[in-house]
Write a new protein. Structure first.
Length: 297
C-alpha cells in the first residue's frame, strides 16, 4: 500500500468515527492547504452521499481577499455548507492586527470568535487540520482531543489512544477537537494535493506581489488598511506563502515555485518550519500551548 493510501485510510476512518459518535460535528475550514485536503477527504469519506458534516469558517475580516474569494468559490463548486462567523463584539471595539498586539487580536478575533460559533451551533466535535509537525504543542495532542465545558485544553486530561481505539465519550457541555491529519506532514499534504489534484488558493504559488519588509519577513499589502511604518517602502517581489492567516501577520517567502510539483521540490530542500512566517507565534506570552488552553484550536 502506498503511504499516502495509508494516511488517507486513517483519516477517512477518523471522519467516519466522528459522524458515528457525535450529535453535532462541524469541520473548521481555514481555506488553507490542510483545510483543502480535509474538505476533499470529507467528500471522499461519505461519497456518493453529501457529507453529514458542515463547515465553519471564522472570519476575522483581515484574511487575504483571495482567501475569501476561494472560500466562496469552493463552497459553490462542492455544494458543501460553509457557515461564516465573526466576533462582532471585537469588530465594534475596533480590534485589528494593526491597532492591537497579536496576543489581544488573536484572543478576541480568533479564539473568542471560535468559542462563540461552537457554542451557537452546540458543536460537540470540531474537526481541524492541525498536524503534529506543524508546531511543538501540536505534538501533545491526541487525535480526539478532549475539551472541558469551558472549551479549554489540558494535556493531563487527554485520553490514551491505543490501536486506533478512540474514547469519544463526553458529558453535557464537553466536546472534542478532532485532528484527522495528525500523522501527516506538510510534505505529505502537498504530495496528496498533487496526487488528488486538489484545488488550493493561488497564494501558495509564487508571483509578483506588493510587500513590505517587517519583523524580518515580507508582509503583503493586500489593501489600503495596512499602515506603513516609518521607513517602510512597498516593493514588488516574487513571493509565495507556506501558511495562511490574517495578512498583516502572515509572512511571505521569496520563491520561484509556481506549481505544486515545484513547491514539493522546494520543500524537500527546506529545513525551516512553515510557521516561521506567522508573526502571532513570535510572542512568547501568546505561545500556541497557552492559546490552546484558552480555547484556540
Amino acid at each position: 500500500m502506498d503511504y499516502l493510501d495509508a494516511l488517507e485510510g486513517q483519516s477517512l476512518f477518523i471522519l467516519r468515527e466522528v459522524a458515528a459518535n457525535f450529535r453535532r460535528p462541524l469541520m473548521l475550514y481555514s481555506v488553507g492547504k490542510d483545510s483543502s485536503v480535509l474538505m476533499h477527504l470529507l467528500q471522499k469519506a461519505f461519497a456518493p452521499a453529501k457529507p453529514p458534516i458542515e463547515l465553519l469558517h471564522v472570519d476575522t475580516t483581515w484574511k487575504f481577499r483571495e482567501m475569501i474569494e476561494f472560500r466562496d468559490q469552493r463552497a459553490t463548486e462542492t455544494g458543501l455548507t460553509v457557515h461564516v462567523r465573526t466576533n462582532q463584539d471585537g469588530v465594534a471595539q475596533g480590534i485589528t492586527p494593526v491597532t492591537h498586539d497579536a496576543t489581544t487580536y488573536t484572543d478576541v478575533m480568533k479564539t473568542q470568535a471560535l468559542k462563540q460559533a461552537l457554542a451557537e451551533f452546540q458543536v460537540d466535535a470540531a474537526i481541524g487540520g492541525a498536524r503534529r509537525d506543524e508546531e511543538k504543542s501540536r505534538a501533545k495532542e491526541r487525535v480526539f482531543s478532549f475539551r472541558n465545558d469551558a472549551q479549554s485544553w489540558n494535556p493531563r486530561e487527554q485520553r490514551p489512544e491505543l490501536w486506533d481505539v478512540f474514547n469519544t465519550r463526553i458529558a453535557p457541555g464537553e466536546s472534542m477537537r478532532v485532528f484527522p491529519l495528525s500523522n501527516w506532514t506538510e510534505l505529505d499534504v502537498w504530495e496528496y494535493i498533487a496526487r488528488e489534484n486538489i484545488p488550493v488558493t493561488d497564494l501558495y504559488f509564487a508571483k509578483e506581489r506588493p510587500v513590505v519588509q517587517r519583523q524580518g519577513t515580507w508582509i503583503m499589502v493586500d489593501d489600503e488598511r495596512l499602515q506603513l511604518h516609518d521607513g517602510e517602502k512597498v516593493e514588488m517581489r516574487k513571493v509565495r506563502f507556506r501558511t495562511l492567516g490574517c495578512y498583516p501577520l502572515t509572512g511571505a517567502m521569496e520563491s520561484d515555485a509556481t506549481s505544486v510539483e515545484e513547491i514539493i521540490s522546494e520543500m524537500r530542500a527546506s529545513r525551516f518550519s512553515e510557521r516561521q512566517g506567522r508573526l502571532i507565534d513570535g510572542d512568547a506570552a501568546a505561545s500556541m500551548e497557552r492559546k490552546k488552553k484558552d480555547g484556540y484550536f
